[in-house]
Design a protein around this ligand. Structure first.
Ligand SMILES: [Zn+2]
Length: 292
């Protein structure tokens, strides 16, 4: 995960540019939901899907996979679920981490209906992350405040999942770092728990559930490895060096796939070349075993 930088003003301007009446209609619908004169939630977020596609690459907000067929796969996802919140159990492998989730003993909770039309409750996500893995989960450590209409006022919930758009939440790259292919927590304490829960819910390191994701990520590390090798090889000619420098910049930019992972690999290359080479060797053998 990485942060996709934007501001309230910039996001609103992008929405107004493609759907001039959208924000007014959204505010009216939210007001009607708040005072009980309207009960159904109308699916009008698809009208502004392009805003989020453009802001995000288009790549998935959570796994950074490229979203190839946007019409089929990419959807606008509600970060905080609008209808209901399902109980999320801490899996066995995280039981020793002291993760406590606030939720009812059984059943589901009401969703964040007043955030159904909030521009900062949206992201675009791939089908695996959104429909298959995240579903209606939104685990928190604090007190649920699902009647609130302002995502900036929900810090007291102590949400485990990380919101990557704008400055509403911590920068995901400060919470999750990669060691080779493997995402890991970067900081201790609650930040560590947030990273672990995010990695677990989206299965960001699970070679069975996300085989294609891990393979794709490995292929991008391989591209970066060869670009770094050519860039820093004293025997490369000037043209190759120039092209390799451009490739490194492109692969570690916000618009690339797997930016967080590739930036971590580039840092490792700069600080510990031997370890970076050892990691690449493992990735090369992983690719040999997963490719036909
Ligand atoms: Zn995804």
């Amino acid at each position: 995960m990485i942060r996709f930088s934007t501001t309230d003003t910039a996001l609103h301007a992008s929405i107004d540019a493609i759907a001039p009446t959208w924000r007014t209609r959204a505010q009216n619908r939210t007001a009607a939901l708040a005072n009980g004169t309207r009960t159904n939630i109308t699916k009008m977020w698809s009208e502004i899907k392009k805003v989020y596609m453009d802001l995000q690459g288009p790549k998935c907000a959570f796994c950074e996979k490229w979203i190839e067929d946007q019409a089929i796969e990419q959807d606008v996802e509600h970060f905080r679920p609008k209808n209901r919140i399902s109980r999320w159990r801490v899996p066995r492998k995280l039981r020793g981490e002291g993760i406590t989730v606030s939720q009812p003993a059984i059943g589901t909770e009401d969703g964040y209906r007043l955030l159904a039309y909030h521009p900062f409750n949206y992201v675009t996500a791939c089908k695996s992350c959104n429909s298959i893995l995240k579903r209606d989960y939104f685990p928190i450590e604090g007190t649920r405040d699902s009647g609130n209409d302002n995502p900036r006022a929900l810090g007291g919930e102590r949400a485990f999942l990380i919101y990557p758009l704008g400055d509403l939440d911590d920068d995901p790259e400060q919470l999750i770092e990669f060691h080779g292919l493997s995402p890991q927590p970067r900081r201790p304490g609650f930040d560590r728990k947030r990273a672990l829960v995010t990695i677990e819910i989206f299965k960001l390191d699970d070679p069975r559930t996300r085989k294609e994701l891990l393979k794709d990520r490995a292929e991008f590390i391989e591209k970066l490895y060869f670009a770094l090798k050519i860039r820093d090889d004293a025997t490369s000619d000037a043209i190759d060096k120039g092209n390799a420098t451009s490739a490194v910049a492109r692969l570690t930019s916000t618009r690339s796939r797997y930016t967080n992972c590739l930036r971590c690999y580039e840092r490792l290359w700069a600080t510990n070349r031997a370890e970076a080479r050892a990691i690449y060797k493992n990735i090369a053998s992983f690719l040999r075993t997963t490719s036909p």
